[in-house]
Design a protein around this ligand. Sequence first.
Ligand code: CP
Ligand code: NVA
Length: 303
Amino acid sequence: MNVRHLISLASLSSEEVFEILETARNLKLEHRAGIRHTMLAGKTLAMVFQKPSLRTRVSFEAGMEQLGGHAIYLGPSDIKLGERETTEDIALNLSRFVDGIMARVFKHETILELAEHSTVPVINGLCDLHHPCQGLADLLTVWEKKRGFEGLTLTFVGDGNNVAHSLIEGCAKVGMAFRIACPKGYEPDGKIVAAARALGACVEILHDPREAASGADVLYTDVWVSMGQETEAKSKQNAFEGFTIDKSLLGAAKKDAIVMHCLPAHYDEEITYEASRGPGSAIFDQAENRMHAQKAVLALLMK
Ligand code: CP
Ligand code: NVA
């Protein structure tokens, strides 16, 4: 890979995205076959979190162990990024101790600042604009389930948020059409949409979930209220009424459509429990694939 950091999927070429997917698939198969990897032996990853996490924290930590390395968890109250110490000083310090930094932050600018001052690779573990590790795990999941991307449509029902942005960028890289159904006022970032369209990607923005779900190969959703938006909870819950993946909406998609959710889920808001556990559900495969996709990123960036 030519990139030094993983900031967003837009910063990768199509070839690099496929290189990550292929590496992830091989690492996954080898791990399942009981092969022990040592490519990151002696290497340490610092994991900086300004927000809570289950999947990101555990999948990165387990992934580092499986590659022979080690991870250090730095929770929201440990280093108080930007409060106790500047982002620049944290990047300069961590670079002297570890071989890579994964960070989950509020502002996208914080990831950029970490990357600017760090001499080791920085991986974006979610910010207000992007969730590239999630996007890679999602592409890996679709690739495994559908054996390719050509001619497929991924429909995202919900907020034009960080996860939607990474899916827009990821779909553009692999040639999968992206459609979103969101309430008016909750569209994805215009610049991200324009950049994907400039690559020739198909990005459709609709406001009717049923119309958007029609003929979809993948039905995807995420929470209506992202971390850090708690004060908007009431207004968002009102605005998103009806933007729920349920049995009836599933009926509008293709018969063999897969259902995806990055988790955590708020059942009976963005998805019903029933829809999340149906035969087409890929939700927990997606969660598992976080680890395999990230192991590929770690191996390619930190080796
Ligand atoms: N999907 C995801 O990033 O989960 P966590 O917030 O638990 O890390
Ligand atoms: N959009 C969600 C994703 C959680 C993994 C959030 O930012 O909280």
